[in-house]
Design a protein around this ligand. Structure first.
Ligand code: HEM
Length: 479
C-alpha cells in the first residue's frame, strides 16, 4: 500500500463518519479553494499577449464586480494607472473590456453596430421593463426609426408648450406637499425631485390623462417596474423572484393603461396637444406600417424611464449643490429678477466606454470635483481645456434618427454619442431649467450644517445618484 493510500483510507473513513452538514461544508470549502486556485493560476500562467491586460481578482464569476460596483470612477482611475487605457475585468461573470480616454469614447460610441451591440447586453434588463418590440428588443435599425419619431416630436414649439406645464406642476407640488408647509424646514431632497421629475415629464410628454393617473395607480406601478432595473437582474432577470413578479405585473398593467388611453383618444378625435403619444399615434415606419399600439405603449414606458433616472438624479444634484452654494442660488434668483422683473411669471466580451473618466480628468477640467457652473464662462480660470467646435465646424452623421456630431472623442459627452446618443437632451434642459428656475424663485436653500459640502454618490443602483438621506434646509422667500 502506498503512503498516500495509507493516509487517504482513514481520512475517507473519518469523512463518512461526519454529520451531513459538516460533509457539505467540507465539500463546498474544497470546491471554493480549488476554483479560486484555478482562477488565480489561470490569470498568472495564461496571459494572452494579444489581449488587453486583465484586472487581477480572487474569485471567478465575482471577479471585480464588488470593487467596481462600490465606486466605478475610482476603479477606472486606479486600474488605468496600473494597466493603461484598455483593460479587461470580470463584471457579473462576464469579461468586460473598457477603453478609457477620449480615443476610447470615440472607439466605443462610434463603433460598428455589429461590434458594439447594446441590445445584446441590455435586452435582458430592459425588455421585461419596457415590453416587446421596442428599443433593445428589436434590430438596431428599428430603434433608429423609433428614436427618429421621438426626436421629431421634440420641437421648439412643443417645448414652448411644455414650459408652463412644467412650471405649474412645480408650483402646485410645493403648495400641496406636506414637507413644505410653513416658512422653513428640513427635507430629504432626492425623493421630492424624483416625484417632480415624473410629474413634469408625464404631463408634458404623455398628456394630462396619463399625468392624472399618477395621482392614483401609476406612481406605485412605475415604482414596481423600476425595481426590474436591479443590477442583479443582469443575471436573474428570468427568476420568479418577488420583485420580478411585481415588475411583470406592473409592465402588463401600465402597457394596458397606455393602450386604453390611445383607444380613447382615437375615439375622441384629434386634439392640438403637443405630446409624444399623439405624435407616435400618427407615425409610420419606412416600410409603411403605422406604429402599432403596443409599441407606442412600450415606447411611452421606455421614454419615461430613460428620462426619469437621469433627470431625477441630475435635478437632485442641482438642488444639493444649490444648498451647498447659496451664493449661486442668489445669483440665479437675481438673474431672474433682472431679466423678468420682480413680479415673476411662472456571453462574450462586453465593451465599455467610460465618459465619466474624461469628464473628471483634470487635464481637461481644472479642479474637476468642484461644482462651479461659472467654469463655463469664457474667462473663468476653471474653463474647460478642450477644443469646442462651432456648429459649422462640427462634422455630422445620420444613424437614422437625424444628424448628430460625428466625433465622439470629446472628453465631455454627458448625453453620449453615436447611434445610442440621447434624444432627450433638449427636453432635459427645458425640464431641469424650468424646475430650477421655479425652485430658485420661491426658496432659499442651505446645508443643514451650513457647510459647502455635498453628500457622496450612491453607485449601488444602476444609475448613480445622491446617497440618502440628503437633507437640506429650506426657507420660503416670501415667508
Ligand atoms: C440630464 C438628463 C439626461 C442625461 C444626462 C442623459 C444621458 C444619456 C446618455 C449618456 C445616453 C447614451 C446611452 C448609451 O450610449 O448607452 C442617453 C440615451 C438616450 N436617452 Fe438620455 N439622458 C437624459 C435625459 C433623457 C430624457 C429626458 C429622455 C427622454 C425624454 C432621454 C431619452 C434617451 C433615449 C431614448 C436614449 C437612446 C438610447 C439608445 O439609443 O440606446 N434621455 N441619454
Amino acid at each position: 500500500m502506498g503512503a498516500l493510500e495509507e493516509l487517504a483510507g482513514p481520512l475517507a473513513q473519518q469523512f463518512t463518519q461526519l454529520h451531513l452538514a459538516a460533509q457539505v461544508g467540507i465539500l463546498a470549502a474544497s470546491f471554493l479553494v480549488l476554483s479560486v486556485s484555478l482562477h488565480v493560476a489561470n490569470q498568472i500562467l495564461f496571459k494572452n499577449p494579444n489581449e488587453p491586460p486583465v484586472v487581477f481578482s480572487w474569485f471567478p464569476l465575482v471577479g471585480s464586480t464588488i470593487t467596481y460596483g462600490m465606486d466605478p470612477p475610482t476603479f477606472f482611475r486606479v486600474n488605468r494607472a496600473k494597466y493603461g487605457d484598455i483593460f479587461t475585468f470580470i463584471l457579473l461573470g462576464k469579461k468586460t473590456t473598457v477603453y478609457v480616454g477620449c480615443a476610447g469614447n470615440d472607439f466605443i460610441l462610434n463603433g460598428k453596430a455589429k461590434d458594439v451591440c447594446a441590445e445584446d447586453i441590455y435586452t435582458v434588463l430592459t425588455t421585461p421593463v419596457f415590453g416587446k418590440d421596442v428599443v433593445y428588443d428589436c434590430p438596431n435599425s428599428k430603434l433608429m426609426e423609433q428614436k427618429k419619431f421621438m426626436k421629431i416630436a421634440l420641437t421648439t414649439q412643443a417645448f414652448q408648450s411644455y414650459v408652463p406645464i412644467i412650471a405649474d406642476e412645480v408650483s402646485s407640488y410645493f403648495k400641496k406637499s406636506a414637507d413644505f408647509k410653513g416658512k422653513s424646514g428640513i427635507v430629504n431632497m432626492p425623493p421630492k425631485m424624483a416625484q417632480i421629475t415624473i410629474f413634469t415629464a408625464s404631463h408634458s410628454l404623455q398628456g394630462k390623462e396619463i399625468r392624472h393617473k399618477f395621482d392614483e395607480t401609476l406612481a406605485d406601478l412605475y415604482h414596481d417596474l423600476d425595481m426590474g432595473f436591479n443590477p442583479v437582474n443582469f443575471m436573474l432577470h428570468w427568476a420568479p423572484l418577488p420583485w420580478n413578479n411585481r415588475r411583470d405585473h406592473a409592465q402588463r398593467t401600465i402597457a394596458k393603461i397606455y393602450m386604453d388611453t390611445i383607444k380613447e383618444r382615437r375615439a375622441a378625435g384629434k386634439s392640438d396637444a403637443q405630446d409624444m403619444m399623439w405624435h407616435l399615434m400618427g407615425s409610420t415606419y419606412k416600410n409603411g406600417t403605422p406604429v402599432p399600439d403596443h409599441e407606442i405603449a412600450h415606447m411611452m414606458i421606455a421614454l419615461l424611464m430613460a428620462g426619469q433616472h437621469s433627470s431625477s438624479s441630475t435635478s437632485s444634484w442641482i438642488m444639493l449643490w444649490l444648498a451647498a452654494r447659496p451664493d449661486i442660488m442668489e445669483d440665479l434668483y437675481r438673474e431672474q429678477v433682472e431679466n423678468l422683473g420682480a413680479d415673476l411669471p411662472p456571453l462574450h466580451h462586453v465593451l465599455l466606454s467610460a465618459g465619466g473618466v474624461t469628464a473628471t480628468d483634470p487635464t481637461f477640467f481644472p479642479d474637476p470635483d468642484t461644482w462651479e457652473p461659472h467654469r463655463w464662462d469664457k474667462d473663468s480660470p476653471l474653463a474647460p481645456r478642450m477644443v469646442v467646435k462651432s456648429e459649422e465646424e462640427e462634422e455630422k452623421i445620420d444613424y437614422g434618427y437625424g444628424l448628430v456630431s460625428k466625433g465622439a472623442a470629446s472628453p465631455y459627452l454627458p448625453f453620449g454619442a453615436g447611434r445610442h446618443r440621447c434624444i432627450g437632451e433638449q427636453f432635459a434642459n427645458v425640464q431641469l431649467q424650468t424646475i430650477t428656475a421655479m425652485v430658485v424663485r420661491d426658496f432659499k436653500f442651505r446645508n443643514v450644517d451650513g457647510s459647502n459640502k455635498v453628500i457622496g454618490t450612491d453607485y449601488a443602483s444602476l444609475f448613480s445618484r445622491p446617497l440618502e438621506p440628503a437633507n437640506i434646509h429650506w426657507e420660503k422667500r416670501d415667508a
